[in-house]
Design a protein around this ligand. Structure first.
Ligand code: FES
Ligand code: FE2
Length: 431
């Protein structure tokens, strides 16, 4: 019997299917020193919301590292290694101070940059504190989210301001933070899998978005200067609706509004949210988002401006049975195993975006491994970086046949995407 371990061809052949290959460690593992972990550490990563940093420190885990975050009484934000360098007590029990944080055990005081300011139990002439630093990472606050840079100090990039943050007529608000117990990559890949909205979010679970999402779209995928886009084009009566969702390297997704129905013609309208998929460790992941709220009354549904309300289908339901009866993104993605195993997949025609994204990611990871800057990293402070996520609805009457109309839709979406690549819809890249 030929080896059927990866592609089974025998009915009742479970017996032959027992070799489980390892996950793709190059793309999925994120700890210090791993290829993907080093890649992720070249970019600013969101860590928590500004308003979580009150009078108590918070314990955070990012890219496999145990850390403590706090805002000292001078207003400076610190992100330090969790365990005190004296004898290892967790600084989550530390005392936030005028400058830095003080360990609860013997009172050593650490500044936000890791300088040791005081070692109270040591003799007055001790030089220990002057010779030693505690591990610290730079932070940057922007519009209610605190970002951290965990890479080599001499390669710290500029903090990127994406043009979606500064769109005239829109307010940017911090949204929600939540966690999935699985690897980051299978979550982010979902952004390049628009076909699942037609099945998971519509047929399986009843229309979680608008009914128009139930139609399987004509599909294209393309690379942008900062990442990649899918172009999902659907027919809505006399209109063609092109929806473009993007990944911005390394782990930001910008998602077009889920309340769009394609019924009213309009030029490109941008993202409803900018959401990062941040690896906590290899098998746990944090989502953290900005929401984009149109200032014009009624243009954005009211619930989206309310941070307490979640996007539907994102969290597990209250009971196991309810999750089985109405699965959403959580069940689908966590259900791919703690780390999805690419060696067992059978990718089809609609998975072109997944393949393209993995190729792009591997390119970035290898650039870092070879000592080069990966794509999507910027060194010019204050630069506004063009992005491409949008919904566009144009009036185009249907073609004569279904096939001709499919082609017409795909051509329309493709042309729109190309025009946006040439002329970014929300900025010209100037600061
Ligand atoms: S363990 Fe932190 S000061 Fe001693
Ligand atoms: Fe989804």
């Amino acid at each position: 019997m030929a080896d059927q371990s990866s592609f089974l061809t025998t009915r009742f052949g479970g017996y032959f299917h027992r070799n489980v290959p390892q996950e793709d460690t190059e793309l999925t593992h994120v700890g210090p020193g791993t290829p993907c972990g080093e890649y992720m550490r070249r970019y600013w990563q969101p860590m928590c919301f500004s308003d979580e940093l009150q009078d108590l420190p918070i314990r955070v885990k990012l890219l496999g590292e145990e850390l403590v975050a706090f805002r000292d009484f001078s207003g400076a934000v610190g992100l330090l290694e969790l365990h005190c360098p004296h004898r290892g007590t967790s600084l989550e029990f530390g005392l936030v101070s005028d400058h830095g944080i003080r360990c609860c055990y013997h009172g050593w005081l650490f500044d936000v940059d890791g300088a040791i300011l005081e070692t109270p139990g040591e003799p007055a002439d001790s030089t220990l504190k002057d010779r030693l630093c505690h591990g610290a990472y730079p932070t940057h606050e922007y519009n209610g989210i605190v970002f951290a840079y965990m890479g080599p100090p001499d390669t710290k990039p500029a903090f990127p301001i994406y043009d979606s943050y500064t769109r005239p007529g829109y307010r940017l608000i911090p949204g929600r933070k939540y966690f999935y117990p699985c690897n980051w990559l299978q979550i982010l890949e979902n952004a390049m899998d628009p076909v699942h909205t037609a099945f998971l979010h519509t047929i399986v679970s009843g229309s979680q978005f608008t009914d128009e999402f139930g139609e399987v779209p004509a599909l294209d995928f393309l690379e942008t200067p900062v990442g990649m886009l899918y172009v999902a084009t659907r027919r809505v009566d006399e209109n063609v609706w092109a929806r473009m969702v993007e990944i911005v390297a390394p782990n930001l997704q910008q998602v077009a509004p889920v309340w769009e129905d394609g019924k009213v013609e309009h030029p490109g309208e941008g993202a409803m949210m900018s959401r990062w998929i941040v690896p906590v460790d290899n098998t746990n992941t944090m989502f953290i988002e900005f929401r984009h709220v149109n200032e014009t009354e009624g243009a954005t549904p009211e619930w989206w401006g309310n941070r307490d309300i979640m996007l539907p289908g994102q969290l597990p339901l209250e009971t196991y049975e309810a999750s089985q009866r109405q699965p959403g993104d959580y069940e689908a993605q966590v259900g791919q195993r703690p780390i999805a195993i690419h060696g067992l997949e059978h990718l089809g025609a609609t998975d072109r975006g997944i393949t393209m994204f993995r190729r792009q990611l591997r390119r970035g990871i290898r650039a870092v491994a070879e000592g080069r800057d990966p794509d999507g990293l910027f060194r010019q402070d204050g630069m506004v970086v063009p992005t491409y996520c949008n919904d566009t609805v144009v009036h185009i009457a249907p073609a004569e046949t279904h096939e001709a109309d499919q082609k017409l839709m795909r051509d329309t979406g493709w042309k729109l995407a190309q025009s946006y690549l040439e002329q970014p819809p929300f900025s010209n890249g100037q600061s």
